[in-house]
Structures are given as structure tokens and as C-alpha cells.
Design a protein around this ligand. Structure first.
Ligand code: NDP
Length: 258
């Protein structure tokens, strides 16, 4: 007999970082219009007043709330957590999507300590600190549900296939992005540590490679338009469970080699 499909799970509240453009914006659009949709799609960005597309969306979809967050600022992180707590109250926060990121391209000849540290701060340290700030709210959500998944509590770290140590090859294009790929490899270790540490709390954590996308970061030669992988990514969020905790997956749900 064929296996029954995994039931799609509901998430009541989700925070997306870096959601004023690119992949973050596209995720917010899809999350807000899911059937059934989360009660709270908390779209964060550095400058909400300039996030015009996000503002238009929030006028159409009442479940979108735009809040300021600069992921590298402790003060900004703490203010955000307070505002999110006021929204979700005793239900806590079900899902945190650590999407914000920067890229500084640099070959071995070009790379500087300053570029390495700047990308590390934004693409690795900030993800850990944002997650840490939200832990009380995620634990609150986790206490109210069983199993593992985004219906309970899940952290999604937006990684990249360029972070894979096993896929490094002579002459390949990612050798031009030392700061970015090394910071994303370290982010994958953040995922592994959180997955192990937070499992007893029922909080799941994965790294996700969303595909090579035509965004400001991905550039115009990328494989896919930013909206192309979204249905698969959302479906993946609805399916992930205990077996995926600590995994490095692509947008199709396939395992990416470490
Ligand atoms: P974009 O460059 O299009 O968008 C990056 C987003 O991150 C922007 O909203 C930007 O905000 C935000 N951001 C940067 N720094 C900060 C900060 N300090 N605080 C808050 N927000 C910040 O990138 P993509 O949409 O393409 O990428 C999204 C994620 O997906 C990234 O983590 C990226 O590494 C990952 N990814 C992307 C791939 C691609 O092909 N595009 C491939 C693999 C992974 P602002 O407008 O204020 O600068």
C-alpha cells in the first residue's frame, strides 16, 4: 500500500527577517495568502518607511505586520521581541525565518579581514543572536504543541549551496565569494548546534538553500525567478519534522552535502 502523504501542518505566527525585497518579500507574500494563513506574518526590515511593496501588501492582508529590525543591532533585536510578544501573547512564536543576509564578493587575492568580519557579523552571528532573542517566545509556543515542525516551533536559517564543503571544486565560481560562503558554512554549524541544543525544547532547526534566484544578491544570470521555488519552500515548511532536525536541505527538500 502506498504511504499516506504527510499532513500539512499549520503555523500561527512567523517572523521573516530582511523582508523588504528579494526572497524575504516573496516569502511574506506567500505566507500571508496561505490557506489557512498564519494569524501573524511579521515582516521585518531595516527601514519599514521605505518598504513600499511591503506596505502595500500589509494594506491588503491584515495578517501582515511590518516591524523594524536591523539584525546586527542588539537594541533593535530586543525591541522587536517585545513588539512580537505583544502580538502573539501566550501563543508564542512558531517560526523564525533567518533570511536577511549580505554578500561581499572577494577572491583570495581581494579578500580582507574587514570584509570577512562584516559578512560573518551579518550572516552568522546575527542569525544566532536573533534566534537567541526569540527563544523565550519559541519555547512558549513549543510548550503548547507536540511533535516537531513549524506548527510547534522551527528556526529556518537561509543558507546557500556555496556553503557546502563537500562540493568545493577547483575553478568553481564560488571561489570568488570567500566572505559569503565561509560565513554560510559557519551558519550551518549554528544550525547543527541549535538543532542539538533545542531538541529537548521541541524546537526544530534547519539550514535551507533556496536555489539560485534572480534577486539583487543572486543577480540576473541566476537559475530561477525569485517566485519560482516559493511553492516548494512553503510545502517544505509544512512537511518538516523531527527527521529533518539539523538538516541542510534545498528548496525541493533534498539533502545538500555538508
Ligand atoms: P537580497 O540582497 O535581495 O536581500 C537581502 C535582504 O537582507 C534585504 O531585505 C536586506 O535589507 C536584508 N538585510 C541585509 N542586511 C541586513 C541587516 N543588517 N538587518 C536586516 N536586514 C538586512 O538577497 P536575497 O533575497 O537573494 O537573499 C535572501 C537570503 O537567501 C540571504 O540570506 C541569502 O544569502 C540567501 N540566498 C540567496 C540566494 C540567491 O540566489 N539569491 C542563493 C542562496 C542563498 P536592506 O534592503 O535594508 O539592505
Amino acid at each position: 500500500m502506498a504511504a499516506l502523504p504527510t499532513p500539512r501542518r499549520l503555523c500561527r505566527s512567523v517572523v521573516v527577517t530582511g523582508s523588504n525585497r528579494g526572497l524575504g518579500l516573496e516569502l511574506v507574500k506567500s505566507l500571508a495568502t496561505l490557506q489557512p494563513a498564519p494569524d501573524h506574518v511579521i515582516a521585518t526590515c531595516r527601514n519599514p518607511e521605505n518598504a513600499q511593496e511591503l506596505q502595500m501588501l500589509s494594506k491588503t492582508y491584515s495578517n501582515i505586520r511590518i516591524l523594524p529590525l536591523d539584525v546586527v543591532s542588539e537594541e533593535s533585536r530586543q525591541e522587536l521581541v517585545q513588539q512580537v510578544e505583544a502580538l502573539v501573547e501566550e501563543s508564542g512564536l512558531n517560526c523564525l525565518i533567518n533570511n536577511a543576509g549580505i554578500n561581499i564578493s572577494a577572491t583570495l587575492e581581494e579578500v580582507t579581514a574587514e570584509a570577512m568580519l562584516r559578512v560573518y557579523e551579518t550572516n552568522t552571528v546575527a542569525q544566532l543572536m536573533v534566534t537567541k532573542a526569540f527563544l523565550p517566545l519559541m519555547r512558549r509556543a513549543a510548550h503548547r504543541h507536540n511533535g516537531m515542525g513549524w506548527h510547534r516551533a522551527a528556526v529556518i536559517n537561509m543558507s546557500s549551496i556555496s556553503a557546502s564543503m563537500q562540493l568545493v571544486r577547483e575553478g568553481e565560481m564560488f571561489l570568488q565569494v570567500y566572505p559569503y560562503r565561509i560565513a554560510k558554512t559557519a551558519l550551518n554549524m549554528v544550525t547543527r548546534c541549535l538543532a542539538a541544543d533545542l531538541k529537548p525544547d521541541g524546537i526544530l532547526c534547519i539550514s535551507l538553500h533556496p536555489g539560485w534566484l534572480k534577486t539583487d544578491m543572486g543577480g540576473t544570470y541566476a537559475d530561477m525567478n525569485v517566485e519560482d521555488p516559493i511553492p516548494s519552500i512553503i510545502s517544505l515548511f509544512q512537511r518538516i519534522g523531527e527527521k529533518d532536525n539539523g538538516a541542510f536541505l534545498n528548496w525541493k527538500g533534498e539533502t545538500v552535502p555538508w
